[in-house]
Structures are given as structure tokens and as C-alpha cells.
Design a protein around this ligand. Sequence first.
Ligand code: PLP
Length: 394
Amino acid sequence: MSETEFDIFRARQDTPGCEQVLHFNNAGAALMPGQVVDAVTGHLRLEAEIGGYEAAESVRDAVEHVYDAASQLIGCQRDEIAVIENATRAWDMAFYSLPFKSGDRILTSISEYASNYIAFLQIAQRTGAVVEAIPNDHNGQVSIEALQRLIDEQVKLIAITHVPTNGGLVNPASEIGKIARRAKILFLLDACQSVGQIPMDVQAIGCDMLSATGRKYLRGPRGTGFLYVQRDLVERMEPPFLDLHAAKWVTKDRYEIRADARRFENWETNYAGKIGLGVAIDYALGWGLEDIWTRVSDLASTLRTRLRHIPHVQVHDLGVQKCGIVTFTIDEQDPQEIRYKLAEQKMNVSVSLAASTRLDMDQRGLAGVVRASVHYYNSEEEIERFCDFVTRMI
Ligand SMILES: Cc1ncc(COP(=O)(O)O)c(C=O)c1O
């Protein structure tokens, strides 16, 4: 989608950071629009002026709005959303609420995120459950045939990362969802890197649980995220931690866990962040997720093509459908050094190291890759400038 079809002028005008940096680190933390910054700082100011509890009370609707916004974004009900401080903890609250016993099988992807895999290993050690990575197909994404073959009575959970931390791959979430539904197996989707850049509908995907973060493609404040849990499942899941927000102490020896997804939250929270996340989601919805996706994937595809034409540059993204994340290496150069050199030019990227997605990186013999992740407010001119500088680094 070109700069005239997508109102890049307005997108950049709304984004003060565009004047400071060339920001290709949107999968790290995107630049917030001014609207989000104003909502967050406005609430912090109010807390300072009238008191934190009083401020929360006086903007109750704005705080509550985040549940409506998140549910609209992913196509669920507001009582199926818990607002949690990041995607890891959101994912954990779902995963650690599930009961596993010896011999239960957990199926995951080769490109699974380190924190998720560490949790699998901990539960495997604790309970005797077994974690197995579904092989990739020849395109480097989860093989649907292999998944189908792995299904049996012992499989209790399919937990997949939609877009991995280390590349442009988009795993075939709705194909996986179809298999999970047919086999009546719970499906937990780590949508941390896809929410905000790809249109998401939990009904169409067929996932029972989904975790997301605020600061990446949603352009929300840091320290925000959310969890979706399908309504019928909520009451069957016992959170690993409970407090007086997640449950009610009803008599001396008894508590009752609340009925909605907020049983996965806890009482003290970042109100400014919650308000900011609601504003960020509204802002994304205002642009339209279909348009965002078209613009982001087009820009990333342009960047990949340009990089591929530079001698000694290797582009590493897998999968049939690729998103806004572009990963590359330069022969004989350390990815961290590349990042430092780019940073000196006020060009932001990040580096994905093997320990973040060990199964995949080891399988491909990669120690690290430079991750350049674009968003709709990035411009074609920035891509040119970036690639010109990379060419000069050879
Ligand atoms: C695939 C994936 N899942 C989960 C996370 C963790 O998200 P958060 O830092 O919000 O906890 C990341 C962060 O990079 C990620 O890439």
C-alpha cells in the first residue's frame, strides 16, 4: 500500500518520534502516537494533583474502556479479557492455570519464545508432562500434516507462537485452530508480536487463550498487555496466584474466585498504562487492521527485496506469509556491531540471539540476527536511507 493510499503524512505527524529517529524496532517497542502519550501523561498528572485512588475513580470509564477496545480488536467479549502487565505474564497466567500430569503431551512450535519454553520445561520437570515441538514444513512454518500426525488422546495443549521473536514468519494459526477444535484440545496462542499488525479474530483462529503485549505493534505504553480466555474455559481454570481482586474472601475459611477473566489479574495496576493501552487500541482500530496489515507487510517486503540485493547480506525470514519483521545478517559481521553502527546514525533495530528462540536458531545454525521491524508510519524514504547505509557497511 503506497504512501498516498495510506495517509503516511498523518501517521508521521501523530508520531513525534519520527522526527528524532528512523525506528525499525517496532517489534521491540513501537513509537507511541501523541494521543497515547497524552493519555498516559495526563493521567499521571491527575494522580499527582488529586491522588492515585481518586484519579482512578474519576476516570473509571476510560479505565474500563480498555476491555471494550481489546475485545473489539480480537473479536471476543469484554469479560473474556484480563489486562496484565505484559505478554509473558498474561501467557503464564493461562499456562500455569492448566493442570498437567505425567504423560500429558504439550505440542509447541520450533520457533517458540524462550520464556514459554522455559515454562514448558518447568512444568515437564514438575509433573512428568512431555513437551514436543511440531516439525516445520518446507516453508519453515508449523507443518499442519506433522501436527495432525502428532495428535492423540495424550495431547492436552497446543501452544504456538503466532509471529516469533526472531523473524517475519507468521505461523498458520487458524489451520492449527481447526485441528485443535476437531480434536477438542486446548489451544493457547502467543500473539505478542502479531496483535496490532495482523487482523486477529479469536473465533476465526479457533484459539481458547491468547496473550498480547501493548508496547509492540499496538503502539501502547510499556508494561501493558492482555490475556483472552474463552468464557466457558475461564471458570474451569484456577489461576496460579489469587488475591483480593481475583477472588473474594467470603467467610473465615472460604474464598470465591471471580467468574470473569479478571481472575487472572491482580489488584494493584498501572492505571495510566491501562488508559493508554485503550487509547492505543482505539487508534489502531481507527486506521483499520486490514489497512495496517497491508501497509506493514508491503513495507517489509520492500525492505527484504532491497536487502537481498546487497552483496554479503543474508535475509533469514521463513514462512509463506511474512509480516513486518525483517531479519538479516552481513557475512563476517557481528549483529550487535551492526546494531551499534546503525544506532550511531539514529537508526533503531534490535538483535535476536539464539537463546530467545533456541530450537529454531540452533536448527538453522544462527547465533544472532539483526531484526529490523517496520510499522505503517515508516516511509519508503527511510527504507532507502537504511539500505544505503547497510550497503556502506559492507
Ligand atoms: C513471541 C513473543 N512472545 C512473548 C514475548 C514477551 O512479551 P513481553 O515482553 O510483553 O512479556 C515476546 C517478546 O519479545 C515475544 O517476541
